[in-house]
Design a protein around this ligand. Sequence first.
Ligand code: ASP
Length: 592
Amino acid sequence: MRNEFCGQVTEKYLDQKVEVCGWVGNRRDHGGVIFIDLRDHTGLVQVVVEPDNEAAFKIADGARYEYCLRVTGTVRNRPAGQNNDKLATGQIEVVVDDYHVLNPSKALPFMLDENPGENIRLQYRYLDLRRDNMQHNMRLRSKLTHALRSHLHGNDFLDIETPILTKATPEGARDFLVPSRMNQGQFYAMPQSPQLFKQLLMMSGMDRYYQIARCFRDEDLRADRQPEFTQLDIEMAFVEQEDVLNMAETLIRDTFKTVMDVELASPFPRMTYAEAMRRYGSDKPDLRIDLELVDVADAVKDSEFKVFSAPANDPKGRVAVLKVPQGGANFTRKQIDEYEPYARRFGARGLAWIKVNDKAAGKDGLQSPIVKFLSDDALAGILSSTAAEDGDLLFFGAGKYNEVTQFMGALRLKVGQDIGRVKDEWAPLWVVDFPMFEYNDDEDRWDALHHPFTAPTGSVEELQANPGEALSKGYDMVLNGVELGGGSIRIHDQKMQSAVLELLGISEQQAEDKFGFLLEALQYGCPPHGGIAFGVDRMATLMCDEESIREVIAFPKTSSGHCPLTQAPSNIDAEQLAEAHIQVIEPEDEDE
Ligand code: ASP
C-alpha cells in the first residue's frame, strides 16, 4: 500500500515516485493549488495537488481534517523560499499523480492541537493517541520495555508468566475479585503483584525470573494511581541484598543509557530510611533539591515556649527547621502565610517562621511573631544549627516525629519548586534499612512496611522481643523523588515466616488458609532469594517528562476508576449474573 513513510520522504527521493499513506492535517488552497500536510507516525510531508490533474483535484478539494489517504506522486524541490528547515521533509513536496481517500472522517470532537479535558481525551483515546506527544510517549514506552527485556534476557533471566486468576497476594490494597462460574460462591483474586509466584519459582530452581506483569489493586484512588498498572517484576535465587542492588542498578543504568542516552551515577548513593526521613522528611527524597531539614530540639529544649520545648523533650517528638535561602526573607507576609494551609494538608497544626534580616543585630534583627517567646540563647542556637544568614527565612515544624517529618518533607518539596531549586538532572538513590513494621494504631497491631514476606535483619527471637526496632532487608530505588522500584530479601525459613505472620496479627488458621501453600513450599529446601519490582508506568512517565502516568498508558482509567471510552465498569445482564452466581445489592437511594 505504501513504499515510504510520510516523515521520511526526503531529498533522496527527488524526481522519484513515492506512495505514502496517512491523515490530513493542515490543508491550504493557494490560487487553485491544494496543499495538504499528510501525517503518519514518522512525521508529515507536503502533498501538492495541481488543477491540471483533474481527477485528483476534484477529490482533494473535498479532503477534510483527519481524512485517511493514500497518495502516489513525484518528489520535487519546494519552490525557492518555501523550505521549512524544522521538518525532515521540509525541502521537498510530493506532486500528486494518484489520490485515494481510504476513509473519510467525521468532524473530530476536538482539534489534535487542543486539550479538550481528560474525559473527552479518554473517550476518544484513539484520536488522542494520534497526537505527536502521545505517539512519542507510546514509542518511548515500547523502547523502554524492550530495553528492560533485552538486558534481563542477556543476563540469563527467564521471562515466566504467572496467573491472573489467583489467590490474594497482600501488598496492602484490596483485591479485585472474579466470581468462579464453575465453583459457585467462590472467587479468584487478581494479583496485587506476582510476589508469591515469583518466590515459588525460586523454590522451583528457575534461578532468575522476570516478568512485565500487570498488577491489580483496588485502592481508594489516590493521586495518579491506576487500578491496574505494569510492573517489571524480578526475583533471583542464592542472593544477598548486595547482589540484588548491583543487578538492579546495572539494569537501570543500562536502560537509561539505551533509551535516553543518559549516564546515571555509578554507584547510586545509598541512604538509610532513618536518614532520609531526618534530612528530607521523605522515604523517597528528591535529591535534585538541595534543601534539608535541620533538627533544633537541642536549642529549644529549655525554652519556655511550650510549642517547641514539649516536642523537643519528647523522645517521640521533633522540632525541625527548613531554611529558605536566597532571599527567603524577602517573601511577603502573604507568601509566607500561604505555606501554612499547604503544610496543614500534610498534617501540620501551624507553621512558625523567622525572617533573618540582620543577624548581627541579635533579636532585633529577627522578624517573627514567635521571637518574643524565645530566649537569646535559643535563637542563637537555632541560627547556628541552621547556619542561617541574613536574607534567609526559617520555617519551623514542631510536634510528633512522624507528623513533623511528613509535613516538613512536603514543605521542602514545595518551597524547593517555588524558589526554582530543582536541579535539571537525574538524581537516583537507594533507600535501605527500612523498619520491618509500623504500628497500626487503629487496629492495634503491627503492619508490614514492605510486605509480609520481607526478611528482617535479625533472628526470630530478636524480632519477637522488639518488633518496633527491627529493621528489614527491604530497599527502594528512588529517582527524582519518585519511588521507581522496591524489593527485599525474602524470608526463606518457615519458622521466621510464621513468626512474622503472627506479629502481623494473622492467626495460624488464617495463615494456613491464605498462604498454606507458601508455608509448605518453604519446607522443601527453599533457597535464599530476593528481588525487586519496578513501576514501568512511573519509569516511562519520568522518561517522557510527564506529570501523570495516564500520559504513558494507552488506555488508562480516570481517577475514579472509570473508562470513558468503553464505559467500564458497567452493569451486567441478569443472565450473566445468574451464571456467575452473583446477586447484586442495589445501591441505597441516597435520598432515603
Ligand atoms: N512485590 C513487591 C511489590 O509489588 C515487589 C517486591 O518485593 O519484589 O511492591
